[in-house]
Design a protein around this ligand. Sequence first.
Ligand SMILES: *Cc1c(COP(=O)(O)O)cnc(C)c1O
Length: 394
Amino acid sequence: MHEDDIPLHLDTLAIRAGHTRTNEQEHGEPIFTTSSFVYESAAEAARKFSGEEPGNIYSRFTNPTVRIFEQRLAAMEKGERCVATSSGMAAILSTALGLLEAGDEIVASRSLFGSTVSLFSKYLGKFGITTRYVELSNLEAWEAALTPQTKLLFAETPSNPLSEIVDIAALADIAHRHGAWLAIDNCFCTPALQKPLELGADLVIHSATKYLDGQGRAIGGAVVGPHDLLEEVLGVVRTCGPCMSPFNAWIFLKGLETLGLRMRAHGENAIDFARWLEAHPNVERVHYSGLESHPQHALAKRQQSGFGAVLGVVVKGGREGAWSVIDATRLMSITGNLGDVKTTITHPATTTHGRLSDEQKQVAGIEEGLIRIAVGLEHLDDLKADIARGLDRL
Ligand SMILES: *Cc1c(COP(=O)(O)O)cnc(C)c1O
């Protein structure tokens, strides 16, 4: 085999894919801050508008900087094509609007990002698209929930905040046997640790806001998958307008360049922190798929090349205990966000999962003593000292 035939590694694609230099011979990726594009002649304009000749028309349709980001992320996820969007939620909305119609059904995992649940139940519901929720890791429950109207299966794996996992290959098989598509929100692992398309999923969804940027600078999203499905998603983005700005695309390009490096470093901090917390006398449980104590550790090891950096830590003393540990931190940011070099800490039962009833919280395993820590890249000794301040006093 000629060396040019060997597929490039993720770290190389993250730095090199998508950028073809312009005549200016720029080394870095250029930002095209232009709303529209011009033509040499009326005839050329007519050819571009009719689609007879490819090329840029208007930045809601295509933009060269956004295209570099799309090609780079598609290469990293091993997808044919990517469409960038203004946010992760816009990516999910555009996928649903592009692929579904009134009467269609979605089957989704119960442990989903809160806004995704609202989008499915409240907003898509208004237009005759219904959603049924099942336990993420229970394949029989997925299968039982499917009907002939089911068009889309939607899951986040690992889940937030308990790191539950679903077998993506098995779920893709269930979807395809019923003529449905499987979409995986790959926010927690990113293509650096998990490639759902290689495992059989049809679509990958991203909130670029999280680890793809990794430094808390911008809101954005993306959908990756095959040409035919992405053509429908692109149609929605072009027509309805939730497109990514060129400046944000450039920020995400800079984020992608260090994605592999950051995810390895996040993972190293997270596993050491998880082990240390698990051994702490005032910690009841740590939910993290990298721990041998995690019920799906073997599956996580098989389908992921790392475990990410989101820990669910149950401390003694219920809500009072959890709040006192959070309030004693001085370094960690108390915020519902995650996927940042800065470590973030939150109390899911009263923030990200506060909308759930007590019964729903119980079903979802959102205990009052649960703290979510999205482990950043600060020195681990400093993070341990920060959490120990409250934890040792419980
Ligand atoms: C944040 C998040 C989203 C939504 O992304 P935005 O960029 O905030 O719109 C979707 N899914 C998951 C798992 C997320 O964490």
